[in-house]
Design a protein around this ligand. Structure first.
Ligand SMILES: [Zn+2]
Length: 401
């Protein structure tokens, strides 16, 4: 690899201090038995594994495909232990740093920082893009400031729609988990599809005439900036925890419903830390306040994540189905089979959030304890679901979680 992306002026900080992942590996294991699960859990305790799928060792079970990232220093021991215990594994990334550098598309980055839809854009570029969308499409796009992040960055929702009236609306967030870069990229692409389709696509014109989209292109902005400047694998926000040296709350687990219950942790150093109290974080508070103040118009909440190939619908904190599931499931099923399945020719992975891991890419996965997802709005708005962008097409390109 030639000069790394960090040489670019905007990333001068990273040149000196950015975490490097030379020799780090990402491993995929197929767990068959309880012994395999115990082994991975004990390896997690010893080596502090970074789980990519599912997002913590508390959620692993026999017959499950599990992906995790391991430090270069632990590679030899971990692979030896897997072999010794007959756990089938595959190395997805032999050198994580090389993968990170490849995804940044160095040559194009060096030429300009111009916004592009087919590469990842840093936060400043996304901010400029949002302003440009509003000024170039003032008939369709308006920016709404919903408050600041912990580090003081303004959180701006793009209101996309032809009407100024408070008609039916859909709220969509991207980038609640900082390292899932394909998610903000999706939100930017989605806005582009809406505004460019308005004049040439009758369906989109109809949509934007009758419906308003509130799109938050990066929810966890501080975390996203941190993934560009310090640590590509950062997931949480950047607020410091009390009585701990660790930083960050998993904003996905900070909403005020079944807060810090199963699938979350009250340990600030974990990736699934729920925060010191429900909606303790500026980012979650801002989103919650915005939605509550538009509750009459917002009919659906969509949260875009990576990676997997699933649509999750409520609930994620209890096995009970949401009251609107009869209406919701056929709708999502149509979306999954009609569009996603057709495009990617993969099994239809539609699931209630609590059973999400059961229906990921492996048909052999089984029932497991509730998975905590961003499910707060499902108590207050009629429809809510999370779309998790595909792993199959991301692994070699996006490095996502
Ligand atoms: Zn996520």
């Amino acid at each position: 690899m030639g000069l790394p992306w960090i040489c670019f002026s905007a990333f001068a900080v990273c040149l000196a201090s950015c975490l490097k992942f030379h020799g780090h590996k990402v491993i995929q294991v197929q767990l068959e038995t309880e012994e395999h699960v115990k082994l991975i859990k004990s390896m997690d305790k010893t080596f502090n594994l970074d789980f990519w799928r599912p997002d913590s060792s508390s959620r692993i079970a026999p017959k499950m495909t599990v992906d995790f990232h391991i430090h270069a220093n632990h590679t030899e021991t971990i692979l030896h232990l897997l072999k010794q215990n007959t756990v089938h594994y595959e190395v997805l990334f032999h050198d994580l740093q090389a993968g990170i550098e490849a995804q940044l598309d160095n040559s194009r980055l060096r030429k300009s920082q111009k916004h592009k839809y087919n590469k990842y854009n840093d936060w400043d570029t996304i901010t400029d893009w949002a302003s440009k969308m509003a000024s170039e499409h003032s008939d369709l796009v308006r920016l709404i400031d919903i408050g600041n992040t912990y580090e003081g960055r303004p959180m701006t929702v793009l209101r996309v729609g032809q009407s100024n009236a408070e008609g039916p609306a859909i709220f969509m967030d991207c980038g609640i988990h900082a390292r899932e870069w394909i998610s903000p990229a999706f939100c930017q692409w989605f806005v582009r599809e809406l505004v460019s389709g308005y004049s040439k696509n009758e369906e989109i014109k109809k949509l934007l005439t009758n419906l308003t989209f509130y799109i938050l292109p990066v929810l966890n902005i501080d975390g996203y900036v941190y993934t560009w400047t310090e640590d590509r694998m950062w997931r949480k926000n950047r607020s410091p925890a009390e009585d701990s040296d660790c930083f960050g709350t998993d904003l996905n687990r900070n909403f005020n419903v079944s807060w810090c219950d199963i699938g979350s942790s009250d340990e600030p150093c974990t990736e699934i830390y729920c925060g010191k109290s429900a909606q303790s974080e500026e980012e979650t508070k801002n989103v919650a306040n915005f939605i509550l103040s538009h509750l009459k118009s917002i009919k659906a909440y969509i949260s875009i994540h990576a990676f997997s190939q699933m649509i999750l619908y409520p609930y994620s904190y209890t096995y009970e189905l949401a009251p609107n599931s009869k209406e919701l499931i056929p709708l999502l099923d149509r979306l999954m089979t009609g569009l996603i399945h057709k495009a990617y020719n993969t099994p239809s992975p539609l699931s209630c959030g609590t059973q999400a891991s059961v229906v990921s890419s492996s048909p052999s996965l089984r029932y497991e304890p509730p998975v905590k997802k961003l499910h707060w709005p499902s108590n207050t708005s009629p429809i809510m679901f999370s779309l998790i962008l595909p792993n199959k097409f991301c692994y070699t390109y996006c490095i996502l979680h």
